[in-house]
Design a protein around this ligand. Structure first.
Ligand SMILES: *[C@@H]1O[C@H](CO)[C@@H](O)[C@H](O)[C@H]1NC(C)=O
Ligand SMILES: *[C@@H]1O[C@H](CO)[C@@H](O)[C@H](O)[C@H]1NC(C)=O
Ligand SMILES: *[C@@H]1O[C@H](CO)[C@@H](O)[C@H](O)[C@H]1NC(C)=O
Ligand SMILES: *[C@@H]1O[C@H](CO)[C@@H](O)[C@H](O)[C@H]1NC(C)=O
Ligand SMILES: *[C@@H]1O[C@H](CO)[C@@H](O)[C@H](O)[C@H]1NC(C)=O
Ligand SMILES: *[C@@H]1O[C@H](CO)[C@@H](O)[C@H](O)[C@H]1NC(C)=O
Ligand SMILES: *[C@@H]1O[C@H](CO)[C@@H](O)[C@H](O)[C@H]1NC(C)=O
Ligand SMILES: *[C@@H]1O[C@H](CO)[C@@H](O)[C@H](O)[C@H]1NC(C)=O
Ligand SMILES: *[C@@H]1O[C@H](CO)[C@@H](O)[C@H](O)[C@H]1NC(C)=O
Length: 661
């Protein structure tokens, strides 16, 4: 397989590079003094690895340009901070070599967002926050003791104890020296050598704290011949062998790269770094991909995509969106952000940049590509292409010029009020798109996240259903699918929330909510405690025979009353608590299109009463502890709190998929 060949080639090349480096590494002390220490948080965006590579490169040039052996980088998005500190006795050349070598080890932490490594001549760390003034970190501070006893052949007449005392005095003195000498000191006493180095970003006080702690660690090494204390902010070492340069101190440091050997080493190390970085990123990517591969046969997908010529180069799309400039951002979906892009041929498209996010990320990506590429309907947003080779996965959709439906319905300062006729068009078009998903194409698809912000309007205000990130197909043999809960509260059917039961009727419920929102011009807020949800309000007015009161007041009474009544009736039918009582989408289209008198729309029987409190008690009383609602408990709590915020704009809660393993 080609993947294996790549991996083997990488390692062969790396091994030879590291072998080449070996003779050079003694001088710059580019030997590893600690293991590679990685954090725990993982990158959540695909742009992380490119940022990593770019910033580690910048650190190198910052170091080359700095007057000292110290450099940092900061201020990036995603947050990435890095620090390099060479011990001050290293020449500039040796420092660059030490950094270059350590840089090949650090990508071993990817895709974790924090890592550090202590070399004998330098220290490199990267993290997602500004850690530059950190002196100690009990979780990661470490020491490294040589197991060989240090006093053996030496002239310490008092034996171990004298050796101990001498080293103790040396360490004490070299620490003092460093504190009085901008964070660096070397000392020799009776054949024992000591070095103390604080990072230059620390204050004297922070340096003292760090060295005091390192001193204790190092003393624990006694009576070893060699001990290193390695803290978040400093490095302290003693050894019976001279390990530092004291002739290069002061004026000796050469600037730039003088020796050709060192130049070669730096170049080779940089190459190795790039290869390891890409290898680490690639390996992480492959891990995710493999898991996916086991679940679905991917061959079909890539074949059909290669044939269809729906591929774009990542670079092309990057340029088309002006490098994902914020001014081109159209919106934010559950699976990623959407940008407007202009292709080289002038075509305007919408580019969805998927979040790099664990298993769900790949799942959603392939779901979307696989399903949408096979689907074509005037009321569904069309997938034009995708890009999977670049650092992140991109989907290219047709560009729908108007904003999503929710902007037309709920925005405070609406550009335009939709007329009743336009609203009817949106309702019918959405119904047709959904009916197609439910049965009109060769697979049965449940959208799972029908809501007004997922319905886009084109220039003629004809609706197009978007965001298929949550769609799932299911075979004809299975009546429902309950792998997890996903969707937006306020639009989710009660049986789906409470029991995780997913059928087309869940989409019908969401559609009903959208219908009522369109007719009434109000959001269905599941968390309004006093006034109740939109569904309750409409139900009450319907019972009282006062449906006209429910219709959007912005229409100024300009709507046919009989039709309005029917629309509300359809909305209520679709949102009945019992899934079995809800009509299918095909029936809904019939209700909407057949105008003949004896074709009556059924009377809705069951009120939905879907508000958070009702749901909560329903869920708690429904015995089963493994009910998805139990897992949703936290989401409910947090959202009820946020809904009490002064904002009148209620942002629908999005519940991300949770696997019910
Ligand atoms: C940094 O990563 C940790 C997880 O290791 C996370 O808890 C924290 O929120 C992250 N901070 C930032 C600023 O992203
Ligand atoms: C370091 O800077 C010098 C010029 O100041 C430049 O010639 C050299 O190529 C740089 N080396 C690296 C490794 O960036
Ligand atoms: C880090 O950020 C500060 C401001 O927050 C800025 O002054 C400094 O130049 C930055 N350093 C680097 C290396 O980018
Ligand atoms: C580092 O500095 C920040 C402010 O710049 C401060 O909030 C933080 O407490 C400092 N940390 C330590 C360990 O001194
Ligand atoms: C320990 O120190 C001795 C002498 O200083 C050296 O020969 C040996 O390689 C060291 N061992 C380790 C594991 O570092
Ligand atoms: C001194 O050496 C002895 C070995 O006999 C060791 O057990 C002890 O911890 C050392 N004491 C100090 C203060 O390092
Ligand atoms: C440490 O410094 C003190 C005072 O400068 C000196 O008396 C002592 O001999 C030194 N000890 C060692 C081990 O260097
Ligand atoms: C620190 O250095 C100054 C001169 O630079 C010297 O006068 C002073 O004695 C030193 N203090 C210590 C504790 O070594
Ligand atoms: C530096 O090296 C010279 C010999 O080259 C030696 O006499 C002196 O003690 C050394 N100084 C330190 C601080 O190690």
């Amino acid at each position: 397989m080609t993947h294996k060949t790549t991996i083997i080639l990488t390692w062969v090349t790396l091994t030879s590079i590291l072998l080449t480096l070996q003779p050079v590494t003694c001088e710059p002390r580019a030997t590893q003094a600690s293991r590679l220490i990685c954090g725990s948080g993982r990158a959540t965006t695909a742009s992380y690895i490119p940022t990593f590579v770019q910033q580690m490169e910048r650190l190198s040039s910052n170091l080359n340009n700095s007057q000292t052996n110290f450099a940092t980088t900061n201020n990036t998005s995603p947050p990435f901070y890095a620090l390099i500190q060479c011990h001050k006795d290293l020449s500039r050349t040796d420092c660059l070599v030490c950094y270059a070598v350590s840089r090949t080890a650090v990508p071993g932490c990817l895709p974790v967002t924090a890592g550090r490594i202590f070399m004998d001549g330098c220290f490199v760390r990267y993290d997602n926050y500004s850690f530059f003034n950190e002196s100690v970190d009990p979780k990661t501070d470490t020491r490294n003791c040589n197991s060989t006893s240090g006093f053996g052949g030496r002239d310490f007449k008092g034996g171990v104890l004298e050796f101990n005392t001498s080293v103790g005095g040396l360490v004490e003195n070299v620490t003092k020296l460093a504190l009085n000498n901008s964070g660096f000191g070397v000392l020799e006493w009776r054949g024992v050598y000591g070095l103390a180095q604080c990072w230059e970003s620390l204050s004297v006080e922070e340096c003292r704290v760090c060295l005091d702690s390192a001193k204790k660690e190092v003393m624990g090494c006694l009576p070893s011949a060699d001990g290193r204390g390695m803290n978040a902010g400093c490095f302290l070492r003693y050894s019976t062998q001279k390990f530092y340069e004291n002739d290069s101190l002061g004026g000796g440091g050469s600037s730039g790269l003088s020796s050709p050997g060192a130049k070669v080493a730096v170049v080779l190390a940089a190459v190795a770094f790039l290869m390891i970085s890409s290898f680490a990123g690639y390996a992480a990517y492959m891990r995710i991909l493999k898991r996916r591969e086991e679940k679905k046969n991917m061959g079909m997908l890539s074949n059909s995509f290669n044939k269809s010529g729906l591929k774009y180069k990542y670079e092309t799309l990057e340029k088309a969106t002006n490098f994902f400039d914020i001014s081109n951002k159209l919106g934010q979906g559950g699976a990623g952000s959407v940008y407007k892009g202009t292709l080289p041929n002038g075509d305007v498209v919408a580019v969805k940049r998927l979040f790099f996010n664990t298993r769900q990320w790949v799942d959603e990506f392939f779901n979307e590509v696989n399903l949408i590429s096979a689907i074509e309907h005037k009321n569904l947003v069309k997938l034009l292409a995708c890009s999977i080779e670049g650092p992140e996965s991109l989907l290219v959709y047709e560009f729908v010029p108007n904003k999503s439906l929710d902007h037309f319905l709920f925005d405070k300062d609406k550009v335009q009020i939709l007329s009743w006729k336009q609203r009817m068009g949106v309702i019918l078009g959405t119904a047709e798109g959904l009916a197609y998903l439910h049965g009109g194409c060769h697979v049965r698809i449940i959208h799972r996240d029908i809501k007004s912000s997922n319905i886009l309007l084109d220039k003629d205000f004809s609706p197009k259903i978007a965001d298929f990130g949550l769609v799932r197909t299911f075979g004809a043999d299975r009546s429902h699918l309950s792998t997890g809960i996903a969707g937006t509260l306020g639009y989710m059917a009660p049986e789906y929330i409470v029991r995780g039961q997913l059928t087309e009727k869940a989409d019908v419920f969401s559609f009903g909510v959208v219908v009522l929102e369109i007719a009434c011009g109000k959001r269905n807020n599941a968390f309004v405690e006093d006034s109740g949800s939109l569904l309750q309000t409409v139900w009450k007015l319907y019972k009282d025979g006062a449906v006209a009161e429910a219709i959007d007041p912005l229409l100024d009474g300009e709507f046919p009353e009989q039709e309005a009544l029917q629309v509300l009736q359809i909305g209520l039918l679709c949102t009945q608590a019992s899934a079995a009582l809800r009509p299918s989408m095909t029936q809904v289209i019939e209700f909407l299109t057949t105008k003949d008198e004896d074709h009556q729309i059924p009377i809705p029987h069951q009120p939905p009463f879907l508000n958070a409190r009702a749901l909560m008690s329903q869920g708690l009383s429904s015995s089963s502890t493994s009910s998805p609602l139990t897992k949703l408990g936290l989401s409910y709590t947090t959202t009820s709190q946020s809904s009490t915020a002064p904002s009148s704009e209620w942002a629908p809660l999005r519940i991300d998929e949770m696997s019910t393993s």
